[in-house]
Design a protein around this ligand. Structure first.
Ligand code: FEO
Ligand code: CA
Ligand code: CA
Length: 637
């Protein structure tokens, strides 16, 4: 344990993996030690020994291809972006989404208004060009997920979300889900198109969704309000997400467990719910007012959450679809790549300490000329979980009913059971325990796959082979499919290789054992979301940087060449906020960023910032920011 930092225990991340499956840290340490990683023997990575000497200084000899000058890692009440760039607020919590939405009124409790306005805690941002299938970088749809709510920052006098009234609870429910807005760049500035026909709010108040795939209609999904097991109202805790090449958006249901309460021992799903962290200790007051959140009253309702949801933003009347074939766990997000044989591969992480990394291969192939034929590709396929080996290889193990331990002997009676309890199925297969997998994205330029592992302060101690006695800052893994670079990479292969690209932490703190390029200009803590620009460079957002030291924000680095792992700092969040999004337009000239929970840790009555309005009556408001270069050029180009 590094005592320099106060390790905040995430209440949303109580480990629930009961197995002794090998931990990724054990394997990383074996590789570090085997390859002399910490002795600087890696060809393209090295330990940064004596701090970020170059921070804030553009070094003429820097091998980085990123052309911006790093900004200081300094916490302030407002945001900051690199010189030569503009970061303008595009839409804030409470702003109008659908045509008849009322104006935001600070302190108001009004679920009907909220259900037409931009929700709270913007996380995933997907830019979808208009028209569908185009590369238009000046006009499109912005699809934004609203992960959760901070009651104490939304209204006066509330210390705990469990104290929220029924009216406030309804408002919170309406502030969850997703927003689709139409955006247009005119004269170099992005604006929301008022009264757009595409504008849509998706929320757990009233958005009906279809449950598709192998678990649809299963008895374990039948509830009081849906005896068919094929329908559900809404989606919960939508964290990161992804896009498909056929023009749909995938939004992930992450910490859905926290919305439910009641005694799980009174249900027939106790083992299942325990593994997902559902307990009496709900995080919200919703359970007090609405039966669906109480497992004693509607015991199967939690089985309708924890899925990936697919939305067609180009059709505002379309019904979102929960894709059970991708498994049920705490999905951080999912990103899709089309393999050279037109196979559809989706990578997804289960964001909890000691949980797993997954990929999905659709049963049917992608047809680049027929959007309609692609719309249900995620309905059927095979889910795999990763098992990492000390020799630098990893195996993708299929979760198929009837194979290996996934049989009636272990209480799996169908593929639906395997998917509903994907974590337990993966436990039995011996999947590798990870340090909270967040975004997982394939890089179309070099063909590799990048995995953000945000942190793990619960890792076992006393392992002599473990060079980091705890992992409060996380790391970035690089997976290499066989076949070659770019399109030659075979994402369907069952065996990949892996390596560590960045071991995050402060290089000035020896105990952190951080690993970057020696000329790194920023230090990363708690990598979370990511974007890959069209040159294949990695943009890393952070969530959970030690509040006494550095802000969360946006880092970027080359992945190949002499600037590999040379991190630079591009955007700083205001105090209390984490960095989400990030999303480029196809031309690389705009970077959309989501600033989530500004002023976190304070209250509505005494906020640590009133970002972004800075008006006395205005609370802090989670917002999406559009970043452009003042000269109109490509970001970091
Ligand atoms: Fe919602 Fe894993 O961050
Ligand atoms: Ca995240
Ligand atoms: Ca996060």
């Amino acid at each position: 344990m590094n005592d320099k930092y106060e390790i905040i225990e995430d209440s949303d991340d109580i480990p629930s993996n009961p197995t002794n499956n090998p931990c990724i840290d054990d394997l990383i340490n074996a590789r570090f030690s085997r390859r002399g990683f910490f002795k600087g023997l890696m060809a393209t990575s090295a330990v940064v020994g004596a701090g970020i000497a170059t921070r804030g200084v553009a070094k003429a000899q820097s091998p980085s291809t990123l052309t911006f000058k790093s900004i200081p890692q300094k916490i302030t009440e407002t945001h900051a972006v690199a010189d030569g760039y503009d970061a303008s607020v595009l839409i804030r919590w409470g702003d109008k989404v659908v045509a008849d939405a009322p104006a935001f009124v600070p302190g108001q409790v009004d679920a009907n208004a909220q259900n037409k306005q931009f929700g709270y805690n913007c996380d995933y941002v997907g830019y979808m060009p208009l028209p569908v299938g185009s590369q238009n970088s000046d006009h499109g749809l912005l699809c934004v997920s609203h992960e959760y709510t901070n009651a104490e920052l939304m209204w006066s006098g509330l210390k705990d979300a469990m104290d929220a009234s029924e009216e406030q609870a309804l408002h919170e429910i309406a502030a969850h889900g997703h927003s689709v807005i139409e955006v247009k760049k005119t004269g170099g500035k992005w604006q929301v198109v008022d009264g757009s026909d595409y504008a849509r709010r998706i929320s757990p108040i009233d958005t009906e969704m279809q449950i598709t795939g192998p678990a649809a209609g299963h008895d374990r999904l039948k509830t009081n309000t849906d005896p068919t097991g094929t329908r559900v109202i809404g989606t919960l805790n939508n964290c990161a997400g992804g896009k498909t090449p056929w023009g749909t958006v995938l939004i992930a249901e992450e910490n859905f467990n926290g919305y439910f309460g009641g005694d799980i021992a009174k249900t027939s799903e106790e083992r299942n719910y325990k593994r997902l962290g559902i307990s009496q200790d709900s995080w919200y007051s919703w359970v007090k007012y609405f039966d669906r959140f109480n497992v004693e009253k509607d015991p199967n309702e939690p089985n309708k959450f924890g899925w990936m949801v697919e939305i067609d933003p180009y059709d505002p009347t379309s019904m979102p679809k929960k894709r059970t074939a991708l498994g049920r766990f705490k999905h951080e997000g999912a990103t899709v790549i089309i393999n050279k044989d037109n196979s559809v591969v989706a990578y997804s992480g289960d964001d909890q300490r000691f949980d797993y990394l997954y990929k999905f291969i659709a049963a049917n192939k992608y047809n680049p000329n027929d959007r309609a034929a692609n719309m249900d590709l995620l309905e059927n396929g095979t889910l795999f979980v990763a098992q990492f080996h000390e020799d630098g290889s990893l195996d993708w193990m299929p979760l198929i009913f009837g194979e290996g331990p996934l049989t009636a002997e272990n209480d799996f009676h169908s593929q639906a059971d395997v998917l509903i309890e994907a974590r337990r199925a993966a436990d039995l297969l011996g999947a590798t325990q990870m340090d909270r997998p967040e975004d997982v994205e394939p890089n179309p330029v070099n063909g590799k796959v990048y995995v953000m592992l945000t942190n793990n302060s619960k890792r076992k101690e006393g392992n002599a082979a473990n060079p980091r006695a705890a992992n409060p800052h996380g790391h970035v893994l690089e997976l290499t499919p066989p076949g070659g670079r770019g399109k030659d990479a075979d994402h369907t292969a069952s065996r990949f290789t892996w390596d560590i690209m960045i071991a995050a932490g402060n290089p000035a703190v020896a105990d952190d054992k951080a690993v970057y390029h020696p000329a790194a200009e920023s230090w990363v803590s708690c990598p979370d979301n990511m974007a890959i620009d069209h040159r294949g460079r990695l943009w890393i957002s952070s969530d959970g940087a030690p509040k006494s030291d550095i802000p969360d924000g946006m880092h970027a680095t080359d992945v190949d060449g002499p600037g590999r792992a040379l991190t630079k700092f591009f955007f700083a969040c205001p105090v209390g906020a984490e960095m989400c999004g990030p999303e480029f337009t196809p031309d690389g000239k705009t970077l959309f960023l989501a600033v989530q929970h500004p002023a976190d840790g304070s209250s509505y009555d005494a906020p640590s910032t009133r970002w972004p309005d800075f008006q006395a009556a205005m609370p802090p408001r989670p917002s999406v920011v559009a970043v452009t270069k003042n000269d109109g050029g490509e970001i970091a180009g």
